[in-house]
Design a protein. Structure first.
Length: 120
């Protein structure tokens, strides 16, 4: 007997928006440039499997929140330090290395170069 598989998407992120949303109001979303970062098989009590795909919004992503009267666009407003961290973590993913270790090493290298520049 073949095991039943339920495909699911896990979404959890934060984006900046220019105006507040209203509590208990329904909205539609459009999302562009989202990357699938993880796939996980989770067994269910009925012997089926939930295959969960985790999506990640990056600094290139765009999220629109739509109500019947308005379109609220996410704001791509990143500080330079936030953008730098996102880029370093994306490079780590591209290289298939541990994200936090790679980030720590890159930041240490940057600090060392800045200190050398300051004291030379």
């Amino acid at each position: 007997m073949e095991q039943e598989v339920f495909n699911m998407v896990k979404m959890s992120w934060r984006v900046n928006i220019p105006s507040p949303l209203r509590l208990q109001k329904e909205y539609d979303l459009t999302i562009w440039n989202v990357e699938c970062r993880k796939v996980e098989d989770v067994p269910n009590d009925d012997w089926s499997i939930s295959k969960i795909f985790t999506l990640k919004i990056s600094w290139l992503s765009e999220v629109n929140i739509i109500s019947e009267r308005e379109l609220v666009q996410s704001q791509k407003k990143w500080s330079q330090s936030q953008l730098q961290k996102l880029l370093i973590l994306d490079i780590a993913d591209k290289l298939w290395v541990d994200r936090e270790s790679y980030y720590t090493q890159r930041m240490s290298d940057n600090i060392k170069r800045l200190e050398e520049e300051l004291w030379s």
